[in-house]
Design a protein around this ligand. Sequence first.
Ligand code: UDP
Length: 237
Amino acid sequence: MAPAYKRILLKVSGEALAGDNSFGIEPAFLQGIAKQIADVANTGVQIAIVVGGGNIFRGMAGAAEGTDRVTADLMGMLGTMINALALSNAISRQGAKCKPYSAASMPSVADTFTARDAKMALEDGFVVVLGGGTGNPFFTTDTASTLRAIELECDVVLKGTKVDGVYSEDPMKNPNATRYDFVSYDEVIGKNLRVMDTAAFALARDNSMPIIVYALDDAAGLSGVLAGSTRFTRVGK
Ligand code: UDP
């Protein structure tokens, strides 16, 4: 059966790479997610990945401690590059062709992202791992995910979280919160359902980019989501 999606954008948060820790990269988790990605890539699905950096440094936290926000966000973006290199290498080691890109120019570390180059790499069968977020302060890697998905003409953004979709309230705080199978962009923004930030949802809405929110620890993993056998919420029109 042909895969449901030809080209996907997967958001991997820094927090996810930390596994059970609050800081850094947990090797077992890194290998696990890299294997899921390599297995799906080897079925012919083109995969672009945006990595977060919350396991290393968050600009807002740095700013709260006295570093100016622009500098703190640059530090955050560099953190995402550390994750991008680790994830890209891990995916290659799991047997899929993979290439890291950086939003900011650092030529001895990774090629600088351009949509044209990254698209060519995707068409050549490479997984592309995009570090450095949007390259601009005051943004997040969630916004970078929708931006890159639109630029790279992906079919969908996949956002793995701790829970299996979008809920009416935070399910960690209210066990009676209800889960949506489908929710509109306007509803997630209007109700401030905080699965991604407002800028990410607004950009997705204005460019009709669907977002799938699923549980990162689901046993069927990424391939289960793509096959439709896993529970998830679809955010769309
Ligand atoms: N960041 C930024 N611009 C971007 C993306 C990220 O300045 O376009 C910085 C920001 O400081 C952020 C940090 O990088 O706190 C890590 O990214 P994010 O918080 O999105 O990571 P995640 O929560 O997904 O791990």
